[in-house]
Design a protein around this ligand. Structure first.
Ligand code: KIV
Ligand code: ZN
Length: 400
């Protein structure tokens, strides 16, 4: 049995912070149910103090979800912790996630607090959260730009106060994979009580490195990843759930870990989030993009037809697609063309007929980028019509 990597989904909280991605309570419950079905370990349902609507949405998710832990976010303030605690009262399994900024720039310019005050506030909030649950997550916000000695100090105090998960956020997406991994390793090594908590990575994608940074953290001891469906999230988004889950699963040889996720639910969850938020998934998006398992190049299509693994490292069915698709276009070869026609129930009596149809297909593909099944059907039926007209004409001529 490989060690487990906890999947913490924050589509409903950080994901909703994408400008234009707000969701209603009912929509959040639908997404939460789809995450639960996929066996996500922890669902961050919202930021209870943010508004009455957010509070009610967290409450509704906490009631609807039975198998995943439901988490509510709170700043390190008494009123936030109490509201978060209130919102998760109905949950089977509940977590409070509290955070306070620890980078110099955030402490000076945003919080206007001294480092000592920040530590005191963190300890107070974690202790207050223990009144509601013993499952408490603490995040030093902007950890990616914080002083490592200060991180060690505040995290040790948070664990002593009762935090069971320590989340390391790269809030502004500034880190580089080897560096973020080093930070994770150094924190786990240096903090004397680090064995009393699970360490977690929470990465933003401003430099397109959220997934890489999260995976680097895992290689250096993190055992929880915070992520969102389709990588939705503040600014350039968060770590994408589908990408980290499939990276860890596909490269067991590297990570030696697995998740509880039923990956066959990934595509359905992706489509649900996309339809609710109106955020379209780009066709070339890994795992869930329309082209993620589509092959167009003739050499690739030929390889996949002969042996799938020549060009595929995952099975499309394993993440919820029906199967891979061979997209026919001008780069496609004769084998892929023939295979698709066979799937459509169209066979040729002779190689000559096949070659003829293939030549017509190539002419069409030069004019039209993607050739759909309807185009193929039309192309073949045109050919049949023409050949029967030819027979008909020669018959007429012979009568004459
Ligand atoms: O990015 C961030 O720092 C956050 C915290 C609330 C964990 O989302
Ligand atoms: Zn975040």
């Amino acid at each position: 049995m490989s060690e487990k990597l906890i999947i913490f989904d924050t589509t409903l909280r950080d994901g909703e912070q994408s400008p234009g991605a707000s969701m209603t309570k009912d929509e959040k419950v639908r997404i939460a149910k789809s995450l639960e079905k996929m066996r996500v370990d922890v669902i961050e349902a919202g930021f209870a103090i943010a508004s009455q609507g957010d509070f009610e949405a967290v409450q509704a998710v906490a009631k609807a979800v039975k198998d995943s832990t439901v988490c509510s976010l709170a700043r390190a303030l008494d009123k936030d912790i109490d509201r978060a605690g209130e919102s998760i009262k109905g949950a089977n399994s509940a977590r409070i996630h509290t955070f306070i900024a620890t980078s110099d720039i955030h402490m000076k310019m945003k919080l206007r607090m001294t480092p000592d005050e920040v530590v005191t506030q963190a300890i107070r909030s974690v202790k207050r959260a223990t009144k509601f649950t013993d499952n408490i997550e603490f995040s030093p916000e902007d950890a990616g730009r914080s002083d490592i000695d200060f991180l060690c100090r505040i995290i040790e105090s948070a664990i002593n106060a009762g935090a069971t998960t320590i989340n390391i956020p790269d809030t502004v997406g500034y880190n580089i994979p080897h560096q973020f991994g080093e930070t994770m390793r150094e924190l786990i090594e240096r903090i004397p009580n680090s064995d009393k908590a699970i360490f977690s990575a929470h990465c933003h994608n401003d430099l397109g490195l959220a997934v890489s940074n999260s995976l680097s953290a895992v290689l250096n001891g993190a055992r929880q990843i915070e992520c969102t469906i389709n990588g939705l999230g503040e600014r350039a988004g968060n770590t994408s759930l589908e990408e980290v889950v499939m990276a860890v699963r596909t490269r067991q040889d590297v990570f030696g870990l697995d998740t509880n996720i039923d990956a066959t639910g990934i595509l359905a969850a992706s489509r649900l989030v996309s339809s609710i938020t109106g955020f379209v998934v780009q066709p070339n998006k890994a795992i869930v993009g329309a082209n993620a398992f589509a092959h167009e190049a003739g050499i690739h299509q030929d390889g996949v037809l002969k042996h799938r693994e020549t060009y595929e490292i995952m099975r499309a069915e394993d993440v919820g697609w029906n199967q891979n698709s061979l997209v026919l276009g001008k780069h496609s070869g004769r084998n892929a063309f023939k295979a698709r026609l066979t799937e459509l129930g169209i066979d040729f009596d002779s190689d000559e007929a096949l070659n003829d149809a293939f030549a017509r297909f190539k002419t069409l593909a030069d004019k039209k980028h993607d050739i759909f099944d309807e185009d193929l059907q039309a192309l073949v039926s045109d050919a049949q019509t023409e050949s029967s007209e030819t027979i008909h004409l020669s018959f007429t001529q012979s009568i004459c």
